[in-house]
Design a binder for this molecule. Structure first.
Ligand code: DX5
Ligand code: ZN
Length: 228
């Protein structure tokens, strides 16, 4: 059974010339967490932010920081992102590292682990770790950029993973990341997504983000009401 929709602001699409203010805008708009997209130019073909950026904006809010590590060597950086103020550190199951060691490194650093899988990666790859992590992040775009279209082909996999989590009676939220906007958030939530990461769907708005966040939450809930 999925919980109420949570909106997580991906700051990758924010104005980097004033990133702290952009975090403030999301917080004032009523989001539930801040999503930091960390890319190393190796696991994905883009370079974005390191621990120094996370630490720079950390004092702006008490909301949870979810650091999404799209990097080939999460073991080497887990502690540094923990020290920078991350609350949840998400690594990819596709990297060439033992997930158990990465999970232990994150827990040893006193933080909560999350695991992510790319659109083409089968659900089976994360089944061994569902009872070891605090968030399962399902990519609905190929990671590397914001502003990409939502891959609807991933919806059946989300439903499959939601079913498996419920069958096991685990308290594990599913995050949906990539292309989540007003016209896709309903399907993402209905398929089983609770933590809905929104980048360009949020930061394409100037000024007050309150109405956009409220509209996104309402669009997610609309499917709940339709199904009951
Ligand atoms: C993509 C990132 C996403 C992205 C979300 O690799 O992991 O978090 O920034 O942005 P939108 O919502 O624009 O797809
Ligand atoms: Zn992300």
């Amino acid at each position: 059974m999925r919980g109420a929709p949570q909106i997580s602001a991906s700051i990758l699409n924010a104005d980097f010339s004033r990133l702290g203010d952009e975090v403030d805008r999301a917080v004032a708009g009523g989001v539930d967490s801040i999503h930091l997209d960390v890319m190393d130019g190796h696991f994905v073909d883009n370079l974005t932010m390191g621990p120094v950026v996370a630490a720079a904006v950390r004092p702006r809010t008490h909301l949870p920081f979810h650091s999404h590590l799209m990097i080939s060597n999460p073991l080497a950086y887990a502690e540094r992102f923990a020290d920078a103020g991350s609350d949840l550190i998400i690594f990819h199951v596709e990297v060439d590292a033992d997930p158990a060691r990465v999970i232990e490194a994150i827990e040893t650093a006193g933080k909560r682990p999350g695991i992510a899988l790319n659109p083409e990666t089968p659900a089976e790859s994360v089944l061994p770790w569902l009872d070891r992590v605090d968030l399962l992040l399902v990519m609905t775009v190929h990671p590397g950029w914001g502003g990409q279209p939502f891959l609807r082909d991933v919806l059946p996999k989300i439903r499959q993973l939601r079913g498996e989590i419920d069958r096991r009676g685990l308290d594990l939220p599913i995050g949906i990341d990539g292309g989540v906007k007003i016209d896709t958030i309903g399907d993402a939530h209905a398929a089983g997504g609770e933590v809905l990461v929104v980048g360009s769907g949020l930061y394409s708005t100037d000024g007050d983000l309150g109405p956009t966040v409220a509209a996104l939450r309402e669009a997610a809930r609309a499917r709940d009401n339709a199904e009951t």
